[in-house]
Write a protein that binds this ligand. Structure first.
Ligand SMILES: [Zn+2]
Ligand SMILES: [Zn+2]
Length: 353
């Protein structure tokens, strides 16, 4: 079968590889319909290995070179022994968090932060291929008429869905979302669906500002044009700041700002992937009762929530999908396009055939 394999930084090859074997006990084999290229895949392309193991991963035994891809839909074509939650012919969207099931976070139900977490397509062979094997328990079964292209963005949307779930009730709230990339837009749509009264998005790119408007932002603030913290305070009902913020950029300056835009007792949810540390005085927490929540990924219940919101039209996949290509073109029209034309894209989805 055809697959896109990561060998090294700037070295992803589309090549013929053996099809995955018959699924082991507890696994399923999936014929991939559509997959998305993630920001983390792009990081691996530009600067990897970051998450890709160079020694055998403790859970999966995988190491480079390996097949990327963790955002996808496909049809189950074979099931291993003991699998009864999915059957051959099911359209599924797999949760990427392969986990040990034994460590403390796993036992608490938070397997997304398993001590041995192995992300499909980064720490195990993934879905940039015609077929992939994954654990059956991670497969969310979609209704048969579900659009498989929309299904390919359930995974990134689930990250925003879970961030919003952790924030608690947003009914009537003033909310700030930092960043209108894939995760920011997904978070924004879930914030909107949760009944927030006023949604402020912080973004610099013209194309992304437009998408943020389409996805439900009431106000867009550009940090090149205004003092974001002062402006949020001015716009907030009591003049003291927002109720909740979501940092979906991972920038060393917007991290602390996500806390500064809040009124006392407000909540900041940190979703972004940070490359550099921020300078931050913890007194802005101990003097204010503000709460900071960290979040990584999702669990399969978040897939269920996203799939239902997509099916009901309360959130939409279309604004997220800015390109559709085939696997043969993944380097030139996928990775290179995302590097050279960054602002024009949110999610490029790929057909393996
Ligand atoms: Zn991703
Ligand atoms: Zn675990």
């Amino acid at each position: 079968m055809k697959a896109a394999k990561w060998y090294a930084k700037k070295d992803i090859r589309v090549e013929n590889v053996p099809e995955p074997a018959a699924p082991k006990a507890g696994e399923v084999k999936i014929k991939v319909a559509w997959f998305g290229i993630c920001g983390s895949d792009l990081h691996e392309y530009l600067a990897g290995p970051i998450f890709i193991p160079t020694e055998n991963h403790p859970l999966t035994g995988a190491k480079a070179p390996l097949i990327l891809g963790h955002e996808f839909t496909g049809t189950v074509v074979a099931v291993g022994a003991g699998v009864n939650n999915v059957k051959v012919g099911d359209l599924v969207a797999p949760d990427a968090c392969q986990h040990c099931g034994e460590c403390l976070p796993c036992r608490m139900g938070n397997y997304n932060v398993c001590e041995k977490l192995a992300f499909t397509g980064l720490m195990a062979d993934g879905a940039f291929a015609e077929y992939v094997n994954v654990p059956a328990e991670l497969c969310y079964v979609l209704p048969p008429n579900f659009d498989p292209q929309a299904g390919a963005v359930i995974e990134p949307l689930a990250t925003g869905f879970k961030a919003v779930r952790l924030a608690g009730s947003l009914m009537g709230a003033t909310v700030v979302v930092f960043g209108a990339g894939t995760i920011g837009l997904g978070t924004l749509m879930c914030v909107k669906a949760s009944g927030a009264a006023q949604i402020i998005v912080v973004e610099m790119s013209a194309a992304r500002k437009k998408l943020a408007k389409e996805c439900g932002a009431d106000i867009i603030l550009d940090p090149k044009e205004c003092d974001v913290v002062a402006e949020v305070k001015r716009l907030s009902p009591e003049g003291t700041g927002a109720d909740v913020s979501f940092e979906c950029i991972g920038n060393k300056f917007t991290g602390p700002q996500a806390i500064d835009v809040l009124h006392n007792c407000g909540k900041a949810v940190i979703v972004g992937i940070f490359e550099e540390p921020s300078s931050f005085n913890f007194f802005s927490l101990s003097a204010t009762d503000k709460v900071v929540i960290g979040t990584l990924a999702y669990t399969i219940d978040d897939f269920a929530g996203v799939a239902k919101l997509l099916a009901s039209g309360k959130i939409k996949a279309e604004p997220m999908i800015t390109g559709k290509i085939s696997l043969d073109d993944i380097v030139d029209k996928g990775f290179e396009e995302l590097v050279n034309n960054k602002d024009a894209h949110i999610k490029i989805i790929v057909s393996p055939t």
